[in-house]
Design a protein around this ligand. Structure first.
Ligand code: FEO
Ligand code: CA
Ligand code: CA
Ligand code: CA
Length: 634
């Protein structure tokens, strides 16, 4: 397949190209599990197969929603869906670009040359591409923003090459520098936010940054390479998707589709079953890093992929501190890391593995958080659990231990998917971000979509029946599940769950694809992805889905951001992004008068000129949103 063709495929489609294609399985419940919309809303009338119990508590709605939001907490006028090449925010709000791909973080670096996409040297001193998850750290009155740079648009990054195909070693240097994390001080001047060039906090963390490997996998044979014969240090981080933030002041960056950068120069190189489970193949997804760096050639360095797919902890206030890969939190396609402190003091981190039919995880630290104490290594030791959902709205966290899996702690940390399959975890519709409600012991996870639900197993061969929190066969729209841990204890192994929203299109469908009762023709969307609570307890929902505005998606327009009230179930659209972007990542200034979000890959198929307009090259950017009257947002 040519680069051009591969460019048009999503990450998941690329994974399917390379992984061992399982037989298509016809689950018996395929036909039966499609419940009617009426079945969803009937309040107790379970319709369809026994596997699909949609009782009154499964899909949560409340009397306040039914009463038409007389006392809505969402204090803005809903934005209409649109397909414009700009940002649309509610009346009374405004937005500005804070920083874009290629903006120099230091005054000795050149401005981005959009006719070439810059060079390796310029990119190493500049804001990375495809910004995603982020967090803001306030320190002595200064604001330091950490932003993930997930991946790149090769046709704009390598605009100097035919079809965006990287050709020289410097192209690879530029590509590696466009990935990772950008740490940059930001400040407001004359009412407008901008970056502080040359701040001592400004730092780029890239694919070539030295970091330490910590936790159970440290020093394991599976992590040893020629460059690191002890298996204790690694170079760099890439495909950093969602994020987390700790109360002890560190940033967590989450390695997602790390597999797409590896290739094999030896066509006969035999891939292990574990490599296949993680999507490692003989071909990369077009990045061509192995051309200039042999560690991305799996026939030369078969253990290098085992050193990626982790949560990485970074101290943003100490620019010389080495980032730490936290293997105790497992290795998979990490979306974000939602950290909370349980009532008993243990640190609990909720983690999604974003691939069709993969799992939802929870880490519980061995040691307790002590306010003001030394908490810096709390993510080094603990127990990983994986979620099992039952159809009766109960759920449990299954521990992944040597006893339950027959694997060592190191093996569980490295081949976490294999361990989770062994204990019979629930295959999910691509777990994206997890968000913990600041007002109560309650957690939400967006399940973005899964066209394979009820159609074929996951990459490990685990079946994907339509049931529980993944109720729709060939799920194109996605949903958000939420759960309450038993006894209001985040470390409890039991929980109760329900669906907060099933996205859908009630203008086109009158079956389950219409979505839940809190979805209307006015607020509809598909593919919830980023979710984050603000300090007030409102849930911000960002989408990364189908923006064709056609067929089943007609009327949904570009990707967007909505706000939900978890108490009433009410959802209002707050923002619509430019063409072919996704909206992701969120942070607020301490006063919550500004919200920062990522506008990622505008014009990923070549049809946007955002943010500069005219015939300009589109650039992923962080934007700052505020109210025209300067009041608190939301
Ligand atoms: Fe990078 Fe699952 O989104
Ligand atoms: Ca995402
Ligand atoms: Ca995306
Ligand atoms: Ca996504």
């Amino acid at each position: 397949m040519s680069i051009k063709q591969r460019d048009e495929l999503s990450f998941d489609e690329l994974d399917e190209l390379v992984r061992p294609a399982p037989e298509v399985v016809e689950f018996e419940q395929v036909a039966n599990s499609m419940v009617s919309r009426r079945g969803f809303l009937g309040g107790g009338a379970a319709v369809g197969a026994s596997a699909f119990v949609m009782g009154s508590t499964t899909l949560a709605t409340s009397s306040a929603l039914a009463a038409g939001h007389k006392h809505s907490r969402l204090a803005f006028e809903m934005v209409k869906a649109n397909a414009l090449d700009t940002i649309t925010v509610p009346k009374g709000y405004k937005w500005d670009v804070l920083v874009s791909w290629g903006d120099p973080l230091f005054s000795n670096a050149p401005a981005l040359d959009t006719s070439t996409g810059g060079t390796g040297a310029s990119q190493e001193l500049a804001f990375g591409d495809h910004n995603d998850g982020m967090a803001l750290f306030s320190h002595n009155g200064r604001q330091i923003l950490c932003v993930n740079n997930e991946y790149t648009n090769r046709k704009t990054l390598h605009i100097n090459r035919t079809d965006g195909v990287p050709t020289t070693a410097d192209d690879i240097r530029k590509s590696k520098a466009a990935h990772g994390v950008s740490i940059v001080e930001v400040a407001q001047r004359n009412g407008k936010w901008g970056i502080v060039q040359d701040s001592s906090y400004n730092r780029r963390i890239t694919v070539d940054t030295d970091m330490d490997i910590t936790g159970p996998a440290r020093g394991h044979d599976l992590l040893k390479t020629k460059a690191d014969p002890k298996g204790v240090t690694s170079k760099g981080t890439w495909n950093n998707c969602g994020n987390g933030q700790t109360p002890w002041g560190t940033y967590l960056t989450c390695e997602e589709n790390f597999n797409g950068y590896f290739s094999s120069s030896d066509e006969g190189f035999e891939l292990t079953s574990e490599m296949k489970r993680y999507g490692i193949s003989h071909k990369d997804w077009g990045y061509k890093w192995a051309m200039a760096d042999s560690r991305f050639d799996v026939s030369q360095e078969p253990n290098e992929p085992n050193r990626a797919g982790y949560i990485v902890e970074i101290d943003p206030l100490n620019p010389t501190a080495r980032p730490k890969k936290r293997t105790a939190l497992g290795r998979f396609k990490h979306e974000n890391a939602e950290l909370t402190i349980a009532a008993n003091g243990h640190v609990v981190v909720y983690l999604g593995d974003d691939e069709r039919g993969e799992f939802l995880y929870r880490f519980v630290s061995k040691h307790k958080y002590l306010a003001g104490g030394n908490n810096l290594d709390l993510l080094e030791e603990g127990t990983l659990y994986v979620a099992k959902f039952h159809d009766d709205n109960r759920g449990e966290w299954l521990p992944l231990t040597p006893k339950t899996t027959g694997m060592t702690e190191a093996e569980i940390s490295i081949h976490t998917r294999v361990a989770a399959s062994k204990v019979g975890a629930t295959t999910m519709d691509r777990p994206e971000w997890v968000a913990s409600n600041p007002n109560k012991v309650e957690v939400y996870c967006s399940l973005t979509n899964n066209k394979n639900r009820g159609v074929k197993p996951n990459a490990g061969g685990d079946e994907t029946p339509a049931s529980g929190p993944n109720p729709r066969v060939k799920n194109n729209f996605g949903q958000i599940v939420r759960w309450t841990p038993m006894n209001e204890d985040h470390t409890s192994t039991e929980f109760k769950w329900n669906l907060f929203v099933l996205a859908g299109n009630p203008a086109v469908y009158d079956d389950a694809n219409a979505g839940s009762s809190n979805i209307t023709q006015d607020n509809m969307f598909n593919s919830p992805d980023g979710i984050k609570f603000d300090s007030k307890g409102l849930l911000w929902i960002q989408t990364d889905g189908n923006y064709s505005n056609q067929k089943g998606f007609e009327g949904q327009g570009n990707n967007q951001m909505l706000v939900a009230d978890p108490e009433t179930g009410e959802i209002r659209r707050f923002l619509v992004g430019p063409k072919e972007c996704e909206i992701t990542g969120a942070a607020w200034n301490p006063e919550r008068t500004t919200m920062f979000i990522s506008v990622q890959h505008p014009g990923e198929k070549g049809n946007s000129h955002w943010p500069e307009g005219g015939q300009s090259v589109p650039r992923s950017s962080v934007i700052a949103i505020s109210r025209e009257d300067g009041a608190v947002i939301g």
